[in-house]
Design a protein around this ligand. Structure first.
Ligand code: CA2
Length: 148
């Protein structure tokens, strides 16, 4: 039987994690975060798809796939958070639990616009400011939710 599947989706510029602005985003790379997520999913017997994109249409496509196949979605929409209405609509089409993750605390940034994520209206819950650990906590929540 196929294992339950989780999607972890990352938006624009996050491929530079660990290289740019370490004072805000830390030194952990996106590859490190993928490994952390995979370790959690593996230990619980779940499959995991991990993606990053700078293209909105690609993100929408993955959410459509997740809508059909996933037990849960973790999404760091990055700057799509502030203008990504097609992504917001795609998330609203999903019935599975969705956790929005931001590495930095978007409510504590110098740029106040970072606090206003459009996505928060469509997700089950939001983790912001806990660094890469936010992804791990999100995966654990989805594993817990999926347990019979
Ligand atoms: O804190 C987060 O995870 C963010 O979603 C990161 C986004 C930013 O637009 C959000 O406001 C908060 C992307 C930041 C810009 O891309 C960088 C990626 C790696 C290192 C530095 C910047």
């Amino acid at each position: 039987m196929a294992k339950p599947l989780l999607f972890v989706l990352n938006g624009p510029n996050l491929e530079y994690l660990g290289e740019r602005e370490p004072a805000i985003y830390g030194t952990t790379t996106l590859a490190d975060i993928e490994a952390m997520c995979r370790a959690e999913a593996d230990a619980a017997g779940l499959d995991l798809r991990f993606h990053q994109t700078n293209a909105e249409h690609e993100m929408v496509g993955w959410i459509h796939e997740a809508r059909k196949a996933a037990a849960g979605i973790v999404i760091n929409p990055a700057a799509f958070s502030y203008a990504g209405y097609p992504i917001l609509d795609a998330l609203k089409m999903c019935d599975c639990p969705i956790v929005e993750v931001h590495i930095s605390n978007i409510h504590r940034r110098d740029e106040v616009w970072r606090a206003n994520s459009l996505m928060s209206a469509a997700v089950t819950g939001l983790i912001t400011g806990l660094g890469p650990h936010g992804y791990v906590l999100a995966i654990r929540y989805l594993i817990e939710k999926h347990r019979p």
